[in-house]
Ligand binder design. Structure first.
Ligand SMILES: Cc1cc2nc3c(=O)[nH]c(=O)nc-3n(C[C@H](O)[C@H](O)[C@H](O)COP(=O)(O)OP(=O)(O)OC[C@H]3O[C@@H](n4cnc5c(N)ncnc54)[C@H](O)[C@@H]3O)c2cc1C
Length: 410
């Protein structure tokens, strides 16, 4: 029997981008919020690192730009990929309208810490670290809060609104009996770090050839690297041995030869499963799912963090008034889904398409080196057009959100 019971207006499970941003926006607008994060800190390497222009616009709106700029980061204006040794630039953010025309690459824990620190300025913001949502509380059909495991023992939190922002393996979603539809991605990612090389090629998102795809996200002093592998293919890769794994990295990205030896044991390599899925209904009475808990995004285009944040902004814009006056009903929750379903259901098929064409092991085999005449012609004609379109789709997303006046600080 829990020895502690708390009560709040909005209880959010998950201190990722979706949960912390929603908590900050509601608390800033005077709505009492508890955000639960099961880990004791934000410090984890497997989180997405990309902060896109649409999110940086929100940072500007929140007045956090100076503190955001003070975080160690790499800003990239273009996204290069190297296919079979041919360097291509399929995304160029300098074409975007507005002030923010680059992607900031920064450790996500620093970004989350910034939002959490800002939240802590508001008395209505309560962040509980090391607090894991274990199930939902119901009152008839309606969700009325969460059961939570903490170091100090189990507690119950009553809430007018419960939000599942606990990611792709959401416990809250499962407890509510909601099951996403899986769209099937045939790849997983092996995630590891490599030191920067003395030979410093231009910032490059990925190297592809007929065998492999290796991601090299430039971070301060090192690369956050990833190798795409067929789903379920990790045991075979381990069986082939670490030396072959390193050799494979060097075959697709030869400049990494001088640093690849730093991967000395399998414990330095983390397997991350890639999913693309979506709930048909993101809500139940008293419950809303957002971010990956509503629609898991793959790493393709690096937009998942930004979509999670846009969900949070839309939810805050639409729910703050009903929450303030204690009149939240299912129509409000439905409005949030309606608003965000359109951009999500346009982006996910693009991610699946990218996985089917190039973002898979061996996807780079189609481009010869040197390129054939028709490939060179196609690249020369299509790439300039593609750059503008992709900058818009990747940098801003299909429906960038703005923080509306009802969310002004109270
Ligand atoms: C390999 C890989 C690489 C990726 N790279 C990128 C990238 O570079 N850029 C990008 O934009 N997107 C990337 N993505 C997608 C991105 O990570 C997600 O779309 C995004 O993190 C979703 O944010 P979220 O807040 O919804 O969930 P999450 O980021 O998953 O956050 C959920 C939070 O909830 C916490 N939590 C979980 N369960 C509980 C519980 N029961 N109680 C309390 N807390 C809980 C977790 O610890 C976590 O902090 C990548 C995905 C993968 C698989």
């Amino acid at each position: 029997m829990p020895d502690s019971r708390l009560s709040t207006t909005c209880c959010i499970a998950g201190g990722g981008p979706a949960g912390v941003m929603l908590g900050l926006l509601l608390a800033r607008a005077g709505v009492d919020v508890i955000v639960l994060e099961k880990h004791p800190d934000f410090f984890r390497d497997f989180r997405g690192d990309t902060i896109h222009p649409s999110t940086i616009d929100l940072i500007d709106q929140l007045g956090l730009r100076d503190r955001f700029d003070a975080i160690r980061q790499t800003v990239i204006r273009t996204l290069d990929i190297v296919i079979n040794g041919n360097r291509l630039t399929p995304v160029d953010f300098s074409h975007l309208p507005g002030r923010n025309r680059g992607v900031a690459l920064m450790p996500q824990w620093d970004f989350l810490a910034l939002l959490a620190e800002e939240g802590a300025r508001y008395p209505a913001f309560h962040l509980m670290m090391g607090a894991e949502a274990t199930g939902i509380l119901r009152d008839g059909d309606a969700v009325r809060g969460l059961t939570v495991a903490t170091d100090a023992g189990p507690i119950e939190i009553d809430a007018a609104l419960t939000v599942a922002a606990d990611g792709r393996d959401s416990t809250v979603r499962r407890s509510a009996g909601l099951e996403p539809r899986d769209y099937g991605v045939a790849v997983d990612v092996l995630w590891f770090r490599l030191p920067r090389t003395a030979m410093n090629p231009p910032d490059t998102l990925a190297y592809l050839d007929a065998e492999s795809m290796v991601v090299t996200i430039p971070r301060d002093g090192y690369y956050q690297a990833g190798m795409l592998i067929p789903k379920g293919g990790y045991p075979a890769i381990r069986e082939a041995g670490l030396e072959e794994f390193r050799a494979r990295i060097v075959r697709v990205a030869p400049f990494l030869a001088e640093v690849v030896g730093s991967v000395a044991e399998w414990s330095q390599v983390r397997l991350l499963t890639v999913q693309v899925n979506r709930l048909s209904r993101w809500w139940q009475p008293g419950l809303l799912c957002i971010g990956d808990a509503a629609h898991a995004m793959s790493p393709a285009f690096g937009v998942g963090v930004n979509y999670a944040i846009q969900d949070a902004v839309a939810a805050a814009n639409l729910l703050v008034d009903p929450l303030r006056c204690g009149a939240l009903d299912t129509a409000d929750l439905e409005r949030v889904q309606k608003r965000r379903l359109a951009p999500v259901s346009r982006m996910q098929p693009l991610q699946l398409r990218l996985h089917a064409i190039v973002a898979k092991p061996g996807g780079g085999g189609f481009l010869a080196n040197p390129m054939r005449w028709w490939q060179r012609t196609a690249v020369a004609i299509l790439l300039p057009m593609l750059r503008r379109i992709t900058a818009r789709i990747v940098g801003r997303g299909f429906r960038p959100e703005v923080i509306e006046p009802q969310l002004d600080p109270r």
